[in-house]
Write a protein that binds this ligand. Sequence first.
Ligand code: DHB
Ligand code: FE
Length: 468
Amino acid sequence: MALDKPYKNVPGTTIYDAEQARKGYHLNQFAMSLMKPENRVRFLADQAAYLDEWPLNPRQRQAVLDMDMNTMIDEGGNIYFLAKIGATHGMSFQQMAGSMTGMSEAAYRDMMVGGGRRPEGNRLKDLDGWTPPAPGEKADTLRPNAPAKYTSALFTSHVPAIGAAMDLGKTEEPYWKKVFDGYQWTRKWAKEQKPDVVILVYNDHATAFDASIIPTFVLGTGADYPVADEGYGPRPVPGVKGYPELAAHIAQSVIQDDFDLTLVNEMVVDHGLTVPLSLVFGEIGPDEQWPVKVIPLAVNVVQYPVPSGRRCYELGRALRRALDKWDGEELNVQIWGTGGMSHQLQGPRAGLINEEWDNAFLDHLIEDPLGLTEWQHMEYVDEAGSEGIELVDWLIARGAMDDQFGGEAPEMNHRFYHVPASNTAVGHLVLSNPVGKTTIADDEAGVAEPAESVLAPEPAETAAVANA
Ligand code: DHB
Ligand code: FE
């Protein structure tokens, strides 16, 4: 079920897609650097020395020195980026385009003056009878035996103070122990499950994105994501490794499925992404590696308008259709939804916690996700607080599960709720699709007893902690 990329066969044409963009990333970024006049001067003074500053492969480097634009395009260059190189050499777009046709500059100009290149014989339809496909059907059923298996969904709050408690060795303090106890089961489970890749849905907190650009849904298609410095210095945890091939595949499928994602090859990741990794995988030092590849999926909840729960759920469904189409290596995939639960970090209502609403949200997420999509945005802000709206992130992971495609309902492996961590109610849930169903043997799981952890905390206990 390879993705439909008929554009690969258009004659004399290289389409710049996520795959090409990845290949040409440094080449295009080098070209962009020539937007600055001082860089153009340095480049023209000593091209080889300037190129030493960019990690180009030998073929890319030689193509730049030779001004061989066909090779640059083949190597992932995009014409609008490469045009900065041409412009630096004083070339017009007509000279650049003509240079790739095998024609002399004069012959190309004369062809254009004469009406341009005719399409006949230069079209896919003329060469192999190809006709445009009818609009694609959206799959409503699962692909049996798909190589990428969505085994489990994991949901968790991502309070930065939780990361700080780990980084500063405070996890045994009574206040924090109550939080970390809720993740003991999960840490053992995660070690057993060994996911290959986590699609980690979170929200950036004015860290990678500022007020200049506000993308609604960001898919990380890069290979590495450094840990952000949010003002306290970067957390002492490893940088995150991406999975560019799978991310490019997801981008291709999800955008063709009518979701306008923003693709980002280079960004830092903040507590929204690193705290869940720490909660699940425990203390891992900056010189070690996280045990999974991560594809970040960031949802804007900073500046309104923000996406609805329904939209997030639908994105989850598109994500599952993408996973089902993957024809690469066998993969154990988890999707995590992070953020929430109820909290408000601003104004006179700061400190808002809504235990009843949070637990109703968890109940519906487990049993009735489609019903949950009816909850309007105002319901989230009013009941869960201005920052509790992060909970829409969770619907993406849930919308992708088997039972939303006619499969079996997920197994509920673990449920935890606790107030507070900093300003926030901590919620945590693990749900598994039939393929990911698991029982951790008691001896292996040590102290963890899922049967107990699935119970919501006694209200009195929660109140006592909240008042402490
Ligand atoms: C807190 C919670 C968050 O989700 C966040 O992004 C920042 C702060 C808090 O409770 O302090
Ligand atoms: Fe947050």
